[in-house]
Design a protein around this ligand. Structure first.
Ligand SMILES: Cc1ncc(COP(=O)(O)O)c(C=O)c1O
Length: 385
């Protein structure tokens, strides 16, 4: 095997996919509630996306950011229109979107003597050195220190801790509205309101990392729309390309500080990925589509809550829309055991944090497929007992 040992992979090799199903090399069919880790929002090989890729690839794939391309212009317009923000920068991944946001924070603070960035414990923002510096999980950081300086951790949802650490020297606060990798932990309204009002008081930027929770995942196109405040910067990736690599950084007027040569990205927002991004945004931002995400997410939560009554090791069902966590008493059953048992039942799920099963199926999943999931998940939990 010539690959670096960075991933602990399951012994599965997929060759085809359709909707919410994946086909293994041996012909077996799996129900996929991982969706490429919250990426395949329209399912696998969605015919509309396949057509866009075919058409665009036959016309133009890449031209660099030295020139304009209508796909990129129109996707930027759509993201600005939907958010009410000011401008967009395209990247290839979540971690690159975070790097861009951190650079904006640095530039914003430069002449104001603000050189500190606040981040949350249990957060996850990516693996590059800047993003890793504001990822509040020691296990990811420990072999790579020293990381960037002047980053301050705050306990998630802890208003007092935040108040103690916020001051005039803070250029930005970065937060996930729902912590994904950290265990599907939702921000509470008091904490969020306090972040916003302290950012206003101290002239700091509020960065919402919507890499996992954005693009319809919570039942709103942007996760921030679930709350009564607005951030200054939104970072996106994952669902925005439905499987092709694209990320974005959206800034409001206050945070729109980049100028020529401040930042760049060779592949960022090329014609192929932005053609796909346009299609994804058109479909996912549709009101009825988003309402269905809410309906299906509520249904899944109800079914899971019913199920949890039969298993004393299931502690809690949490999350929003189709970003759902099932908290497990890991002193009774290990997450690894549940994930591995699910695979034997032809069901794909993953863990999040130390004690949560994460469910992030394609947003196009049907009620019948959710019923099938519940059947396979119940079978899995019974075997784990
Ligand atoms: C909230 C959040 N931010 C950033 C990232 C990093 O994204 P990527 O893996 O595309 O670099 C992730 C990845 O899981 C994430 O969940």
């Amino acid at each position: 095997m010539s690959l670096m040992k960075t991933y602990k992979r399951f012994n599965l090799n997929f060759v085809e996919g359709s909707g919410v199903f994946l086909i293994e090399k041996n012909g077996e069919k799996y129900l996929d509630f991982v969706a490429g880790v919250a990426v395949n929002v329209l399912g696998h090989s969605n015919p509309e996306i396949v057509n866009v890729i075919k058409n665009q690839a036959s016309k133009l794939i890449h031209i660099s950011n030295l020139y304009y391309d209508d796909n990129q212009l129109s996707l930027a317009d759509k993201l600005v229109g939907l958010s009410g923000f000011s401008s967009v920068f395209f990247t290839n991944s979540g971690t690159e979107s975070i790097e861009g946001a951190l650079k904006i924070a640095k530039k914003y603070g430069k002449n104001k003597r603000k050189d500190k960035i606040i981040y949350m414990n249990q957060s996850f923002h990516g693996r590059t050195l800047g993003a890793l510096s504001v990822t509040g999980q020691e296990k990811y950081q420990k072999d790579f220190t020293p990381l960037i300086k002047n980053v301050i951790p705050v306990n998630f949802n802890d208003v007092e801790d935040l108040k103690n650490k916020m001051n005039n020297e803070v250029s930005a606060v970065i937060v996930e509205p729902i912590q994904g990798e950290g265990g599907i932990n939702e921000i509470n309204n008091d904490f969020l309101n306090e972040i916003r009002s302290l950012c206003d008081k101290y002239d700091s930027l509020l960065i919402f990392d919507e890499v996992q929770a954005g693009v319809g995942r919570t039942g709103k196109f942007f996760a921030f729309e679930n709350y009564n405040i607005k951030p200054d910067i939104i970072t996106m990736a994952k669902g925005l390309g439905g499987g092709v690599p694209i990320g974005a950084l959206i800034a409001n007027k206050k945070a729109d500080v980049f100028t020529y040569s401040d930042h760049g990205c060779t592949f960022g927002g090329n014609p192929l990925v932005t053609a796909v991004g346009n299609k994804i945004v058109d479909i996912v931002s549709n009101k009825e589509f988003l309402e269905e995400v809410v309906t299906k997410g509520d249904y899944l939560k109800i079914k899971l809550t019913e199920l949890s009554g039969n298993f004393d090791f299931v502690k809690k069902v949490k999350g929003k829309g189709l970003m759902i966590g099932v908290e497990i008493d890991t002193s009774k059953v290990a997450i690894k055991k549940i994930v591995e048992t699910a695979i034997t039942n032809k069901l794909l799920i993953i863990g999040a944090g130390s004690n949560t099963i994460r469910l992030v199926p394609p947003l196009t999943v049907t009620i019948e497929e959710i019923d099938l999931f519940i059947k396979l998940f119940e079978k899995t939990l019974k075997t784990c007992y």
